[in-house]
Write a protein of this length. Structure first.
Length: 254
């Protein structure tokens, strides 16, 4: 026993839990610092944790797809730069032009959250969906004539152009039949259109079912989680995202 209370193991490993005591929320916010993330507005510890779990999962997936030997935070910052904000806003602040209240909305390096679900896993996937839009915007910001969602080209969702057929039967070719026009049936060959689950579970572009950018953001959730329906359509979505994301991600040099 060391009467000073110092733990040599702690000092060797740099384990952050050996540092001064922090609240759970402070600990998550400190984790955010390593990703360049700022939290605006008022957050609960649970909400902060849900955001950071999503961020870390995305960073890890970026790192493995980029394959440059980066940490999760390094890979995240390679794509989004050194500053990214999550802002807690009022219940109606993300209301769409169609008057539908969205849970969250995304702008350049900024995600605003107006509502959270009850379950952490839904919140984590919702945040991944929004980060999918942010990624789309990051790709767009490097293209010459791209204004996000002006349909002029350059965003990542453009890669889905011409591939959104809904198809009666699916050919396994890694690129076709990636459309949807409603939530898919729970069972059968086209289970959830190849997504791993339905609305508010694995699909969050609920009011924009056939919009290319919403399909892309939902596929981003499936890609980060590497989870799809065990169907031909699910296989196509998986192959498409693995190929497309790898190309985009490697184009940012470390
Ligand atoms: Zn969306």
């Amino acid at each position: 026993m060391d009467p000073t209370g110092h733990s040599p193991v702690c000092e060797d490993t740099g384990d952050p839990s050996c540092g001064p005591e922090m609240s759970v929320q402070e600990a998550w916010k400190a984790a955010g610092d390593t990703f360049g993330i700022t939290f605006g507005g008022t957050w609960s510890a649970k909400e902060t944790a849900d955001v950071m779990m999503a961020v870390n999962k995305v960073g890890n997936k970026f790192a493995s797809a980029r394959d440059f030997g980066e940490s999760s935070a390094e890979a995240w910052k390679a794509i989004f730069g050194n500053s990214f904000t999550f802002k807690r806003v009022g219940a109606n602040d993300c209301t769409s032009k169609k008057g539908k209240a969205a849970f969250a909305c995304t702008g350049h390096n900024k995600i605003s959250v107006s509502q959270f679900y009850g379950a952490d896993i839904q919140n984590i996937r919702l945040m991944m969906h929004e980060i999918g839009h942010a990624f789309d915007l990051a790709v767009c910001s490097r293209a010459e004539n791209c204004t996000w969602y002006n349909q002029k080209g350059g965003a990542a969702y453009d890669s889905l152009g011409g591939k959104l057929e809904t198809c009666e039967t699916t050919t396994v070719d890694g690129s076709s039949c990636l459309g949807r026009f409603s939530d898919g049936p729970i069972s059968g060959p086209d289970q959830h259109w190849g997504f791993a689950g339905g609305w508010d579970s694995w699909q969050f572009g609920a009011y924009e079912k056939d919009q290319t950018w919403e399909v892309f953001a939902d596929m981003f959730v499936g890609w980060v989680s590497d989870t799809w329906a065990p169907t031909d359509r699910g296989t196509n979505r998986s192959t498409f995202m693995n190929n497309t994301m790898s190309g985009y991600l490697k184009s940012w040099t470390p």
